[in-house]
Write a protein that binds this ligand. Structure first.
Ligand code: MTE
Ligand code: MO
Length: 447
């Protein structure tokens, strides 16, 4: 799975010679085939039906077709209270978080991925938000929960959940991306699915108390310039945070999408650092210490630093640079019919607001501007869409975001000039999907 395969015929020989302009651009590496099996099966299923446009419809009972009344119209359904906490239709059972078993040795120190190919709009449902734990999910009893604030403060304090809930709160939509999202793709196309290449991201509406409100209670001393946020899980994961960010838009969040946080996302209280790398969003937060310099904790020295092309390591890469990806078509969502097809995707920027998204059908030579349906919010996932006409030819799909700072999402080649190939974190390069002649979609690397 970690090997890449050189595409055998494409880009060389007589076919490419017939299209001299495309030579060179059409050299690419294909992703390993392991994860692709599911996608391939979907294509085969769709094709076997011989009815373009009815993707996913497997068996249709002719007795159910209009003007007949389908089975479910013949009897009383479940009443209210059948399910006090609702769940999705059993027909949506494929829309789940997934992990990559070979990636980590245990599930307690691991990650799973949001199925972004199956989501609509920019909000991630709570049960589908990817999880990243260093020591599993802490089972916190909110009645016994305490948040301590100490260090360079006038009055060290300990807060209960009841205390926290007495302060004025705010509700805001933010994306959170793990710095390791797309981290497996640095040396070439690896994982054949957008869930795996880009699924370490979620976007929910957080409700919480601005951290500045709580810091006001304890009074930060004039020499207090840094905070150390510490988790209450068995990993005690901690990160240094500059005071300016804490006083700006940082939240101590207790709710996501209208209900209390899920245990795996930090119940009952987590840090929300809009636009910044997921690792800093300390879950089950138990302590904040105020100091006059950063702590250089494990997660900001041995981990979450970026080895550059010149061999030096860059630390404190807080902001998540602008990034976008097409979530359909993608390896999990093949092109099922000729004619007009929809392109949909997600774009985001940790430095501000998405300004424009362009889409290419030819691997980045020509670009067309995608639509950005409302709302376009800062530090939040932004949907984009466009149409393309498919006539059965190969297409190299790409998207490229530009944010309101003027930053343009780079190609992998441009990124590697600065970052080399030994990076893990902060890969925000342009993704290429090859739509081949059967309509199947593959993760490929141009170059
Ligand atoms: N206490 C604690 N906080 C933590 C972690 C952890 O393991 N323990 N993981 C971090 C990492 S690396 C990420 S990407 C995010 C994941 O948040 P999520 O599980 O809500 O997606 O939480 C961060 N906060
Ligand atoms: Mo992370």
């Amino acid at each position: 799975m970690t090997e890449t395969n050189q595409a055998p015929a494409t880009g060389t020989g007589s076919r490419a010679a017939g299209h001299p302009s495309s030579r060179g651009r059409r050299q690419f590496l294909r992703a390993g085939a392991g994860v692709a099996a599911g996608a391939a099966a979907t294509v085969a299923g769709g094709a076997a039906l011989g009815r373009p446009g009815v993707a996913g419809a497997t068996e249709i009972d002719p007795g159910n077709l209009p003007p007949n009344v389908p089975m479910w119209g013949h009897y009383l359904g479940d009443g209210v209270d059948a399910e006090p906490y609702g769940s999705p239709s059993p027909h949506e059972a494929h829309v789940v978080r997934r992990n990559v078993p070979w990636l980590t040795a245990t599930t307690e120190s691991s990650v799973n991925f949001t199925p972004i190919q199956d989501l609509h709009g920019f909000v991630t449902p709570n049960g589908l938000c990817f999880e990243r734990h260093h020591a599993g999910t802490a089972e916190v009893n909110p009645a016994e929960y305490r948040l301590m604030i100490n260090g360079l403060v006038d009055k060290p304090m300990i807060f209960t959940m009841e205390d926290i809930l007495r302060f004025p709160c705010e509700s805001r939509f933010y994306f959170m991306e793990c710095a390791a999202n797309s981290g497996m793709e640095w040396r070439g196309a690896q994982l054949n699915g957008v869930q795996y290449t880009h699924g370490m991201i979620h976007c929910v509406q957080y409700t919480g108390v601005p951290l500045r409100v709580i810091l006001d209670q304890v009074g930060v001393k004039p020499n207090g310039k840094w905070l150390m946020a510490e988790g209450g899980d068995a990993s005690g994961m901690n990160r240094s945070i500059p005071l300016e960010k804490a006083l700006d838009d940082t939240l101590l969040a207790f709710a996501m999408n209208g209900e209390m946080l899920r245990p795996s996302n930090g119940y009952p209280l987590r840090l929300v650092l809009p636009g910044w790398e997921g690792n800093m969003w300390v879950k089950w937060i138990r302590r904040i210490e105020v100091g006059d310099q950063p702590w250089f904790a494990r997660e900001e020295t041995s981990k979450y630093t970026d080895l550059l092309a010149d061999g030096r390591a860059r630390y404190f890469t807080w902001e998540m640079d602008a990034k976008s990806v097409i979530t359909g078509p993608c390896p999990e969502k093949p092109v099922l019919h000729k004619g007009v097809n929809q392109i949909k995707g997600l774009a985001w920027s940790g430095r501000g607001t998405v300004k424009r998204v362009d889409v290419s059908l030819d691997g980045g030579r020509n670009w067309m501007q995608a639509r950005l349906p409302d709302p376009v919010l800062p530090k939040c996932l932004t949907c984009f869409n466009a149409e393309f006409e498919w006539n059965g030819e190969e297409v190299l799909l790409q998207s490229r975001v530009i944010d309101d700072t003027g930053y343009v999402q780079p190609t992998m080649q441009a990124l590697q000039k600065v970052r080399g190939v030994n990076s893990i974190y902060h890969n925000n390069s342009i993704q290429t999907w090859l739509v081949n002649k059967t309509g199947e979609v593959e993760n490929v690397r141009l170059g």
